[in-house]
Design a protein around this ligand. Sequence first.
Ligand SMILES: C[S@@+](CC[C@H](N)C(=O)[O-])C[C@H]1O[C@@H](n2cnc3c(N)ncnc32)[C@H](O)[C@@H]1O
Length: 223
Amino acid sequence: MIRPVIQLLMLKRATRFTKKCLGTEEVNITSDLLVLQNHLKRLIDSFPDKGFRRDYWLSPYPEVILYTLLRTLRPRTVVETGVSGGISSSYMLQALKDNGCGMLYSIDLPSSRYRYRYKSGWMVPEHLRNRWSLIIGDSKKELKPLLINLREIDAFFHDSLHTYEHMLWEYKTVWPFIRWGGLLISDDIQSNRAFHHFSKIINRKTYSYRKGPFTYLGVIRKS
Ligand SMILES: C[S@@+](CC[C@H](N)C(=O)[O-])C[C@H]1O[C@@H](n2cnc3c(N)ncnc32)[C@H](O)[C@@H]1O
């Protein structure tokens, strides 16, 4: 079980950060969020391969930031790259459910180590899947056609391959499709200088959210 006091602290931090990015006073949290967090924690704790866990999954605590950002933005269309077990997808889908609107489109090229044993997004609860479209493949191939098809998106979350070239390529590809006021969110911006360089190219302010001792999530608002 996630201790309520920890959850409260996480939510306070996430809400403060969301206010910084989006300028909104309050984020409406439903009790379903705690149910989801405990569901994810149970699955994570029971997973046998701790090395894979550390390398490939987000944690059930700080990622609540994805929930608060999407609760406040109230997006119609969200695109994500990098699903793995589906922790980020679950948080975003919970936000869409609680908003009562929106679709999440996720692209994942499963890791060769686990492809046959664990399906991408296996942690996502069944009742959140009606707002989800999962595309299995390389974002290099799948992202552009998806964006052309959607025409305009409200938010993008990068969490696929964290190389400088790939991150910069995804940011550059997705930026023209993000609507005015929408968000580009990236996990692990500390991996290299791609996020920083991209913000210079488009001349936008960045917000960074400290998730762990050495890990940060970055946000750029298109405004
Ligand atoms: C860091 S994990 C994603 C963690 C996930 N967001 C979560 O909440 O647990 C990265 C995922 O991106 C996938 N991936 C790596 N390269 C990719 C690519 N070129 N296109 C799409 N997915 C990719 C990996 O196999 C893995 O499933």
